[in-house]
Design a protein around this ligand. Sequence first.
Ligand code: CTP
Length: 398
Amino acid sequence: MSLKGIKIALGVTGSIAAYKTPQLVRQLIKAGAEVKVICTETATKFVSSLALSTVSKHPVLNNISDGDSWNNHVALGRWADAMLIAPCSANTLAKLAHGLCDNLLGAVYLSAVCPVFVAPAMDEDMWHHKSTQHNIHTISRYGNRIIPVAFGELASGLIGDGRMAEPDDIVQYLIGFFSQSDSLPLLGKKALVSAGPTYERLDPVRFIGNFSTGKMGIALAENLAQKGADVTLVLGPTHIRPQNPAIHLQLVESASEMYDACNKAFTHCDITIMAAAVADFRPKEIATDKIKKTDTTLELTLEKNKDILAHLGSIKKNNQILVGFALETNNEKKHAHQKLVQKNADYIVLNSLRDEGAGFGGDTNKVSILQKDGQIKELPLLSKTATAEAIIAYILQD
Ligand code: CTP
């Protein structure tokens, strides 16, 4: 049981228990986590940033901006697989309960899309005060997990409730959470997704392309990243971008650029989904000057592009999952099955342009998933986000 590969944003606030946080960081790292620390101004009076940056091997962040540079709280909130606020003072607790955002910690908290764990620390009377208990109740209702306070000697000299849980107990709490959790089933896995159209240049101002917008592939990349995978998205020319900053985005234009990018990333990937609408042909020659309309007709000679999916299918190892798409207009299942076999994919996701709400551009899709053994899973008309979830859930349960 460990925290292997889990990225933790640790928020440290102004409480005497902050002196235990270098030890906490050490233990989190020992359990396999990567830790980035954010301190409030008061926290730095109880624990040195130097100690925390030394043990975490990352600079300690304090303010929304440092001089001329801006600490991107959204990126940090989305980088983290878990946010831990330990110790959490009564003051910060009240801010969390009310969405106050007057420091970097508050901004990261409001931007975090991961589970948040709060280890409160304060004197006994503060802990039992109605407003504190109300705030604890409020943040629990928001879905935050409260790591119970310990009983013992307090900074006031009194004995009672309110001590921050010991670093060991906090680490065990997180390990317990992540070992039960199935929310990150692809943690530690690498995934590759191709999406969007490709443009094949004709001359300096024209290209041959298609109507793909990349929405389906982007939704798949987002879903894989949400499940904890380390995702590379090779994206053809489209204005749509993934939201998740953890996705490694590689922008390409032509089929041959897409081939190079996919071929390079593929070897290390556990799951590969080729959702791009790749042009099958490219102009044999790209005119250096704009083609003029001198004649009444224009003949173009096209040559075949390499088939990326077929190439990856030919080099794929047994432990790699390879998924292709097929967009068909007639004899859909027969053509999709041929692609499955010829390209040595494990699954083909079939869209038919005859189905209303399926295909390019829209926000919905209606697909069937074909497998080599002849099994076919038909999905209803769903949003592209829900289709992505259903496709990946199907592959994972298989
Ligand atoms: N594909 C690819 N490289 C190509 C052409 C297609 O990787 N040069 C992939 C697509 O990303 C998709 C699958 O192959 O995953 C099927 O694409 P599709 O356009 O439906 O079929 P094609 O193989 O191009 O066959 P056809 O156009 O004749 O239907």
